[in-house]
Write a protein of this length. Structure first.
Length: 209
């Protein structure tokens, strides 16, 4: 894979080819270059932002950054989910002057600080909620957000619908879908971030009040 080939696939929104090329970079030592191309093209396409979110979550890099600052696994999972949503919402702020991982680390660090602050304080209404909780609430109640959810691939749409609209526990969703609980949590996390990406795209309506 060359940067030119991946760039062409992204410009053409050939996501199947782009996904294959990104996977190849892990063994070719070009992973940072691939992430940079994904991040540069993501602001123009929710689909590419979705591929970036999938890639980052599958790589575990966001979880590793969170785990470096937090000991509790549940807290790490929560911060990683909040971080993925923040990445999707703020992808247009990536200017390419630093490595994507450096930019990611700054986002995760802010979400860690937010998590620790919330842990010390009593939240008031939605002001004390993290990005994942706010997105969950928006999916459950707002028409524009539900429309963005309806456009997601089925693998993410169904778990998010069961979790955020039907309010089903993760264990129940896992049993219904025949998947491990960890897989369901990952699908919900990615799905919420993808909804945020669609709302933050050129035609997005936003989740603000």
């Amino acid at each position: 894979m060359t940067a030119a080939e991946l760039g062409r696939a992204l410009r053409e929104e050939n996501l199947t080819g782009a996904r294959r090329m990104v996977a190849e970079t892990k063994t070719q030592g070009q992973y940072d270059d691939a992430l940079s191309l994904l991040a540069q093209h993501a602001p123009t396409s929710p689909a590419i932002t979705e591929l970036l979110i999938e890639t980052l979550d599958a790589s575990g890099v966001v979880h590793r950054f969170a785990a470096a600052a937090l000991l509790d696994k549940t807290a790490v999972d929560d911060v990683a989910q909040d971080s993925l949503i923040s990445i999707a919402e703020s992808i247009s702020s990536y200017d390419g002057r630093s490595k994507v991982t450096t930019w990611l680390h700054s986002i995760v660090r802010r979400r860690v600080v937010d998590h620790l602050r919330r842990a010390r304080e009593v939240p008031e209404l939605t002001e004390g909620l993290g990005p994942a909780d706010r997105m969950s609430s928006a999916i459950a109640t707002r028409t524009a957000v539900r429309q963005a959810l309806a456009e997601l691939p089925e693998i993410y749409r169904i778990p998010v619908t069961l979790r955020d609209i039907n309010q089903a526990p993760y264990a129940e969703i896992a049993e219904q879908l025949g998947l491990p609980v960890g897989t369901v949590k990952s699908q919900v996390s990615r799905g919420r971030a993808m909804v945020a990406a669609r709302l933050s795209g050129p035609d997005g309506q936003g989740t603000g009040d």
